[in-house]
Design a binder for this molecule. Structure first.
Ligand code: ZN
Length: 283
């Protein structure tokens, strides 16, 4: 693991929803999409590539199921209110919660059951970003085990990010670039999916532990795109859906939504926003 730490210093970041560190932050929807930008910090963030899933599932059972799921979600969102033009999600602990540039978590929200999944990380330090919520952590362990069985070596990069940390990061950008500009590449506190404890950025040694769109072309990225849903995860920011998700393609950003809906979302090539019928979150 020591060698991982060394590599960390050179990791590159790019504008995306995952960003880490104090220098980088959450991404931005319309920010560039096809190039990989790089930055450094405690980790890396990446950039772009294709994937074409295809699936059009007109199976009536699935449709019905989706419809039921949507109703459940709407029920959970009944008490939602708005704040600063954003909707505050009413049920942040629901694993199906939809958080994006238009939908924020309640101020100061901290997931109740954060734990560190037993999977390899590219750094040794016991940092908060190793954490995920318990159910997601367990499934992530299963996913990593399944990948390993297939000869694919995944490495975890960044999971939970606190409201306070995101706030500091965003504020730093606002002071440096002004709020308007900061908004284009960094997430406002409360709007990062990493704060839910249900997201994990994944990379590999072959990627030098960077988060970059080229990950999709690697064996690891390919496996993840095709099998994550089997463990209840989805690739949250698919290629070509920037206007809907608010973020450019992130083949490394896994979001746990539970097996109840992960396969439907995967088979129908939908975003979480589309699946639940929410408005596009792009800027
Ligand atoms: Zn991420």
């Amino acid at each position: 693991m020591k060698k991982y730490m060394v590599m960390v210093a050179v990791l590159s970041l790019s504008l995306s929803a995952c960003s880490f560190g104090a220098t980088q932050e959450e991404p931005n929807a319309s920010a560039s999409s096809s190039t990989s930008k790089k930055e450094v910090e405690e980790k890396a963030e990446p950039t772009f590539n294709p994937d074409e899933a295809d699936s059009e599932n007109s199976d009536s059972n699935n449709q019905q199921k989706q419809s039921n799921e949507s109703q459940e979600q709407s029920k959970a969102n009944e008490k939602e209110k708005t704040e600063d033009g954003l909707t505050v999600v009413a049920d942040p602990q629901n694993v199906q919660v939809v958080v994006n540039k238009q939908r924020k978590l309640p101020d100061g929200y901290i997931p109740p059951d954060l734990t560190v999944p037993d999977v390899p990380f590219y750094f040794d330090e016991d940092l908060p970003k190793k954490q995920m919520r318990e159910e997601a952590a367990k499934q992530l362990e299963q996913l990593f085990a399944g990948a390993k069985k297939a000869g694919v070596e995944l490495v975890a990069a960044s999971g939970y990010r606190s409201y306070e940390r995101q706030k500091r990061i965003f504020q730093g950008y606002v002071e440096e670039h002004g709020e308007k500009k900061a908004n284009t590449f960094s997430a406002k506190p409360g709007t990062s999916e990493h704060q839910t404890g249900l997201a994990m950025d994944v990379t590999s040694a072959k990627m030098s532990f960077q988060l970059d769109q080229s990950f999709r072309q690697t064996e690891e990225g390919e496996w993840l795109a095709n099998h994550a849903h089997e463990y209840g995860f989805i690739i949250r920011y698919p290629k070509g859906k920037d206007a809907i998700t608010g973020y450019t393609y992130e083949p490394w950003h896994l979001r746990y939504v539970g097996k109840d809906i992960s396969t439907d979302i995967h088979n129908q090539s939908l975003t979480l926003e589309e699946f639940f019928g929410f408005q596009p979150a792009g800027q």
